[in-house]
Ligand binder design. Structure first.
Ligand SMILES: [Mg+2]
Length: 285
C-alpha cells in the first residue's frame, strides 16, 4: 500500500464507530487468544466505540460464545455477539411466523432457532417449510437422506447459515463446514440454498437495524477474504484484514477483494484506535 492510500485508510478508520469483529483466526485460534486482543477490546470500551463479534460459525449459539470469550478473559454479553445462526433465525421468522424447520445442525443451532419462534421437526414426513443447514458437527447420513427427501418438494425453502467450505482447526488443518455439506445436498438434489452469513449482507442489514449507524461508520475486521473482506465489499463498509488466521499477503495480492487495511494482528490497530476521541462517538443503541 502506498503512503497516500495508507493515510486515506487511516483517515477512514478515524470515522469508524462500530467494529464488526470476526472470531476464528481474528480473536483466537486453536482456542487460544491472539496476543493483544485484550488491549484492543479495552481501548474500544474505554473510548466508547461499539463492537460486535460476528461469526459464520453456527455450531455454537450466542450464549456459548459469551461463555467462551468470558473464559478467555474478554468481558462480553450476548449483545456483543451476532452468529449466522441468529441471523438465519431472524431471516426465516421474518419470512414466515412459526415456520417448521428440518435442521441439519447442532443442538445449539436448533435451540437458537427456537428462540425466534421457529419450530423444529425431527420427522421428515411431517410438513416442513424450510430445510436449514448449518455447520453440523453432529452430522449423520440419516440427516442428509431426510433433507434430500424433503427438498424433492419444490415448495420447501432451503436456507444455509454460511457458505464456508471449511473451518480451520489450526494453521494447517481444516474440517468440513456448512458450505461443504450444502455441496453434497446440491449435487444430490440440484437445489441451491439461500446463504445467510458473510459475505452475504443479511447480517449487516440486521446490524443496521439494531444500531443506528450508517455504512461509512462501520468496519469489518477478519482473516478470510471470501467471507469477511467480501462482506465489506458487498455492504459498502470499511475492510481490515488480519494476517493472524487464513489470509496471506500472497493471497491478498491475487484476490479480487482488496482490504482497505492489512495488519499482522488486531492489536496493531491500537495506535489508531487511541487517536479516536470519545467525545465524537455517535450515540448508538
Ligand atoms: Mg475467521
Amino acid at each position: 500500500m502506498n503512503k497516500r492510500a495508507k493515510n486515506d485508510a487511516y483517515k477512514k478508520l478515524s470515522d469508524i464507530r462500530l467494529f464488526l469483529i470476526d472470531l476464528d483466526g481474528t480473536v483466537y485460534i486453536e482456542g487460544k487468544l491472539i496476543p493483544g486482543v485484550h488491549g484492543f477490546i479495552n481501548s474500544l470500551n474505554r473510548l466508547g466505540i461499539h463492537f460486535l463479534f460476528i461469526t459464520n460459525n453456527s455450531s455454537r449459539n450466542a450464549s456459548q460464545y459469551v461463555h467462551k470469550l468470558n473464559k478467555l478473559g474478554i468481558s462480553v454479553t450476548e449483545k456483543n455477539i451476532l452468529t449466522s445462526g441468529q441471523a438465519t433465525g431472524a431471516y426465516i421468522s421474518k419470512k414466515k411466523n412459526n415456520a417448521r424447520l428440518f435442521v441439519i445442525g447442532t443442538s445449539s443451532l436448533k435451540n437458537e432457532l427456537e428462540t425466534y419462534g421457529l419450530r423444529i421437526e425431527e420427522d421428515p414426513d411431517k410438513e416442513i417449510d424450510y430445510v436449514v443447514v448449518g455447520f453440523d458437527t453432529e452430522l449423520t447420513y440419516q440427516k442428509l437422506k431426510a433433507a434430500c427427501y424433503i427438498l424433492s418438494c419444490d415448495s420447501t425453502g432451503f436456507v444455509a447459515t454460511n457458505p464456508d467450505l471449511v473451518c480451520p482447526v489450526d494453521k494447517k488443518r481444516f474440517i468440513p463446514d456448512c458450505g461443504s455439506i450444502c455441496n453434497i445436498l446440491e449435487n444430490a438434489t440440484g437445489r441451491q440454498p439461500i446463504f445467510i452469513g458473510k459475505p452475504h449482507t443479511t447480517m449487516i442489514n440486521l446490524v443496521r437495524s439494531r444500531f443506528n449507524v450508517t455504512a461509512d461508520k462501520i468496519a469489518v475486521i477478519g482473516d478470510r477474504l471470501y467471507t469477511d473482506i467480501a462482506l465489506g465489499y458487498n455492504a459498502g463498509i470499511m475492510t481490515i484484514c488480519v494476517l493472524s488466521g487464513e489470509a496471506t499477503l500472497q493471497e491478498i495480492s491475487k484476490s479480487p477483494f482488496k482490504p482497505d487495511v492489512v495488519i499482522p494482528k488486531i492489536s496493531d490497530l491500537n495506535p489508531q484506535i487511541e487517536k479516536m476521541s470519545k467525545e465524537t462517538t455517535y450515540n448508538i443503541r
